[in-house]
Design a protein around this ligand. Structure first.
Ligand SMILES: [Zn+2]
Length: 465
């Protein structure tokens, strides 16, 4: 690979002779093809693009894909990664919400978001919907957004509530600070980072407050991402209620959806919504049956998300694997119980790869902008190595990516035509100090919480008292 000097970063790149999984049915896949990037745009995809004036990247033993899209992550929690890996959902509410969330300072939001986004970029996630629901003051929100901007990732920043407002069932309306935020950070309309509303929804706030919260989105004409159907809270027909109250717009993405009734999936389909499944977290924390299959069968756009990094890792390879295995587990166990066999398998690795790319872009309201290697789309492009013991001999690229992919194999990452990872290493101006910033913020947070060893901490079960 030709590595240009930082000061003279080229605006044209060509990836040569790579395996291409375009995620665009009209373009298809190639055993060997070139991908041309001009400025921030994908200019051409095809076998042997010929001589072009561009910096060259050798695509031998590489699979080229559009960058992954994570459609729901509470990035602010990255400072307290893995503390809740062995906690129940009620313990999570007690520990993360009852103790840690309210102790965050604005600088902690910044450090957490910066390290969250670098983690994502390192793993080939080029777009991330930051479900930001620890905005305890305007300064917290500003710091969180600054972290997103400073990372270089493409993001939809979802304005959620403060920590206190998240303890259900809330009768406190969502802050109108979103209007200030829209003006300060998102008025140009040309940024890689855009704004959405992340309200609590009918499961976690009273009906009148939920209506008032959603009104913020329609006043600002921004999309909505909302948790529905997760665990016991999700059994109360939240989508039906939203539909009866005029809240099921085409610019709504429904997160989790495990416990929704069949007719609620029909509502999502008929109103043009999309879903975000966080398969690994949902299985750990008892949210219910994975929803991807029920949505996919109806033609609802399906996307994949990480959700809570206090419990699970932050890469899309693991999430794709969890979704594929978890979905197949459901149909297989049902068939066993009913003395049937399953043939064919109802979900493929190609399906989950499309959920992680184009499906994610659609669910993040960026389906025309990213999600596939389509000329004219923005150049969010990744290269994954296949010259490793776990990938060779390479027979079925989609299966290999889903079942044997991991962040260490992500060789090259472009966001909007900007090279952010090359030769397996992130390129970022804060790499030298971001870990120190995050470690120091974590230490101060744990000190304020009087927690000596987060790995041994077992919070009591949350009781809503
Ligand atoms: Zn969530």
């Amino acid at each position: 690979m030709t590595a240009p000097a930082e000061a003279s970063r080229p605006s044209r790149w060509v990836v040569r002779s790579a395996r291409v999984l375009s995620q665009d049915p009209a373009i298809g896949d190639f055993e060997s093809a070139d991908v041309l990037i001009e400025g921030s745009t994908i200019a051409a995809v095809g076998p042997d693009l010929g001589a072009v004036d561009a910096a060259e990247i050798d695509g031998t033993d590489r699979i080229v894909l559009p960058g992954f899209v994570d459609t729901h992550r509470h990035s602010w929690q990255s400072l307290i990664r893995h503390v809740s890996t062995d906690w129940t959902l009620p313990q999570y509410f007690s520990g993360v919400r009852g103790v840690l969330g309210k102790l965050y300072e604005p600088e902690d939001m910044y450090a957490a978001n910066l390290i969250a986004m670098l983690d994502a970029l390192d793993a080939g996630i080029t777009t991330l919907v930051d479900w930001s629901h620890n905005n305890n003051t305007p300064e917290h929100a500003d710091a969180a957004i600054q972290g997103v901007f400073d990372s270089g990732i493409r993001s939809v920043w979802g304005f959620g509530n403060s920590n206190d407002e998240w303890l259900p069932i809330s009768d406190v309306p969502q802050s109108r600070d979103v209007f200030r935020i829209a003006e300060r950070w998102f008025s140009s309309g040309s940024s890689k980072v855009t704004l959405a509303l992340a309200p609590r929804g009918p499961q976690f706030a009273t009906p009148s407050v939920t209506l008032a919260d959603f009104e913020l989105a329609s006043e600002l004409d921004i999309p909505v991402t909302v948790h529905v159907g997760d665990g016991a809270w999700g059994k109360g027909l939240p989508v039906q209620w939203m539909h009866e109250n005029g809240l099921t717009t085409p610019k709504t993405t429904y997160v989790h959806c495990n416990m929704l009734a069949d007719h609620e999936f029909d509502i999502i389909e008929s109103t043009g919504g999309a879903i975000s499944s966080a398969p690994e977290l949902e299985m750990h924390m008892g949210h219910g049956r994975l929803a991807a299959l029920r949505a996919h069968e109806r033609g609802i756009p399906v996307s994949i998300s990480i959700d809570v990094c206090t419990s699970v890792g932050g890469d899309m390879f693991s999430a794709m694997r969890a979704l594929l295995a978890g979905s197949r587990y459901l149909v297989n166990i049902d068939a066993l119980d009913e003395d049937r066999t399953v043939d064919p398998l109802p979900l493929t690795s190609r399906d989950v790869l499309s959920f992680a790319t184009q499906g994610g872009a659609t669910a993040a309201w960026l389906g025309e902008t990213v999600g596939s290697l389509t000329p004219g789309k923005r150049a969010d492009v990744i290269l994954v190595r296949t010259d490793t013991w776990g990938m060779q001999p390479l027979n079925y690229p989609a299966g290999a990516i889903v079942e044997s992919g991991h962040p260490g194999l992500v060789d090259t990452v472009f966001v909007d035509g900007e090279l952010v990872k090359r030769d397996g290493q992130l390129v970022h101006h804060r790499l030298s100090d971001v870990r120190r910033i995050a470690d120091a913020a974590r230490d101060r947070l744990m000190e304020r919480a009087r927690i000596d060893n987060a790995g041994l901490w077992q919070p009591p079960v949350y009781t809503n008292k």
